[in-house]
Design a protein around this ligand. Structure first.
Ligand code: PMP
Length: 378
């Protein structure tokens, strides 16, 4: 028998079938992907530089312009997750040594502050505990004090379940000659946002939440002010390379799927989508209160319709609840993330998943978990 030239054998695990069970993805993301989007992602590959692909990328650009409510030409889908778009935004707007102001009221501001520090920026923070928000007065005072080149704010704070008020902040940033960068990964399509009208200079999102795409593509848009305020030329030409010359091999299947996600949003209409998310969230909230649970964000107007945070019920271990629901209901709901770990349970009903029927499924599963999970005598 011929001796093998390879010393590392094929892994046994790969000789068995792929196990990817059907689950109710009712956590903060990714969400379930509807058959139409799955089918689009499963179409045969074409080249990333083929004529049809440029057309698809242009459809995507127009879809993002609609979803963001912007006319910005520099509107693309980055190859990667929400973090990729976050990094792309920071690397293109911030130079080492420049002051950057980051609003932190959950994990996403923390992440942005960390990336900006690694770029070498002089990072200043405005901090609230999860569930808190920033008044325009607080923001303006900090802008005046720190004179940042960029201010970052999370629109939908998925770790806290908070949707941040947006009006007037972009104007303050203009007044103080600073760029306004907004994270809408967990809010796009579920809560109203108007990039151009609200003077947001850079906006990004992800494919896997209310857009119901598979994870891995991230819409991002820059307006013309980004050129004005210290725009690094190399990065800019790299970005522009996406249109003209060769840049990189984009995730073709992911772009097929994203095109379909954006098509579904265009067919439904943004306003209908916002309305649906609000209605279903309110229905879910009533049901949760009916189970004796308390919502983490007190002010109804500040509750993020896409991701609901529930205060962990007294006496329960949150891990037992999420594990119970997964085991007995095949349903993902999660605990907190970053600073909200141990504070909340999180339920997300986004896009395709956003229905009263699914809210009822969550209520049944949580009601069952409350009955069966161990309750300590604290
Ligand atoms: N920002 C927010 C508000 C998010 O909810 C998430 C994902 N949970 C991210 C950024 C990061 O996105 P990704 O996990 O796709 O990198």
């Amino acid at each position: 028998c011929a001796s093998s030239s390879v010393s590392i054998p094929p892994p046994r695990c790969l000789l068995g079938p792929l196990e990817a069970p059907l689950r109710y993805m009712f956590g903060p993301g990714p969400s379930n992907v509807p058959p139409r989007i799955l089918a689009a992602g499963g179409r045969p590959i074409i080249g990333h530089m083929h004529e049809e692909m440029f057309e698809i990328m242009d459809d995507i650009k127009q879809g993002i312009q609609y979803a963001f409510q912007t006319q910005n030409n520099m509107t693309i889908a980055a190859s990667g997750s929400g973090h990729t778009a976050m990094e792309c935004a920071l690397f293109n707007c911030v130079e080492p040594g420049e002051p950057v102001l980051v609003a932190i009221n959950g994990i996403w501001g923390e992440r942005v502050a960390e990336i900006a520090r690694r770029i070498g920026a002089d990072v200043k923070t405005l901090v609230k505990t999860p569930g808190g928000y920033f008044t325009n007065e607080e923001i303006e005072q900090a802008l005046a004090k720190h004179k940042p080149v960029l201010f970052f704010l999370t629109h939908g704070e998925s770790s806290a379940g908070l949707v941040h008020p947006m009006d007037g902040i972009g104007d303050l940033c203009r007044k103080h000659n600073c760029l306004f960068l907004v994270d809408s990964v967990a809010s796009l399509g579920g809560a109203s946002l108007f990039m151009d009208k609200q003077n947001i200079d850079i906006l990004y999102t992800g494919s896997q939440k209310a857009l119901n795409g598979p994870p891995g593509t991230a819409p991002v848009s820059f307006n013309d002010r980004v050129h004005v305020v210290n725009y690094p030329v190399v990065s800019k030409s790299e970005l522009l390379g996406c249109w003209g010359g060769y840049h990189h091999t984009g995730p073709v299947s992911g772009f097929f799927a994203l095109r379909e996600s954006l098509a579904i949003l265009a067919e439904m209409g943004l306003e209908n989508s916002w309305k649906l998310h609000k209605e279903v969230a309110e229905y879910l909230h009533e049901g949760l209160e009916g189970l004796g649970l308390k919502l983490f964000v007190q002010d109804k107007n500040l509750r993020l319709p896409c991701v609901t945070t529930i205060a962990i019920p007294v006496g329960y271990n949150w891990r037992e609840i999420t594990q119970y629901v997964m085991k007995h209901h095949r349903m993902e709901i999660t605990g907190g993330l970053g600073p909200s770990v141990g504070m909340v349970l999180r339920v997300g009903l986004m896009g395709y998943n956003c229905s009263k029927t699914n809210a009822d499924k969550v209520l049944v599963a949580l009601g069952d978990a409350l009955k069966h999970c161990h309750k300590s005598k604290v």
